[in-house]
Design a protein. Sequence first.
Length: 191
Amino acid sequence: MLTVARNEGSAASLVSGIAWTGIMSLLMTWTVLFLARRWESKAEDSIVFRFVQLTVGVILGIASFSLSEFLMVPWSEIATNQNFVFINPAQQNWNKSWQGFYDQNSMPLLAGHIAYFGSLMWIVRWWRQSDVLRKNRFSVWAIAWSVAMAAFVQGLFYFPAPWCLILAGVTSFSLQMTSPWLDYSENKKLA
């Protein structure tokens, strides 16, 4: 919507990007909810939880690439020029190992999707945002942290902005709103 408002693209080219964002956010949210419910009764083991999320992130990356190919998302048209790229995929001559991650237009291929989603799932402690015993039902700071970590990962493994940031924010928001939560202040009043 912001891109159309600034007259940088047509609304028709954004529909597939919006659909991709919605479906991938839904998949990420369901995945984290599934994992968090399995981990509810276990003591937090950050290393194991992160490894499982990394593995699931690889699967989500494959799903993301397949979905973007199915929807024919025109990444080069709908990506903004403002990104936090530490690795410039357009200048791939300096490191040939990145050539399988991006196409000639610097848009992510399968390896790019896998690297982005795997890293995003690994770096953010998503299970804490869906924990029944979290302090608040909804935290803007959790969304801000998720978006900041998505920007960091986007800088390491380029992914079209603002879509990668919107995806992290929407996932964090929906994860918090759909997760059960116990309000301790109400329990103290009853006791």
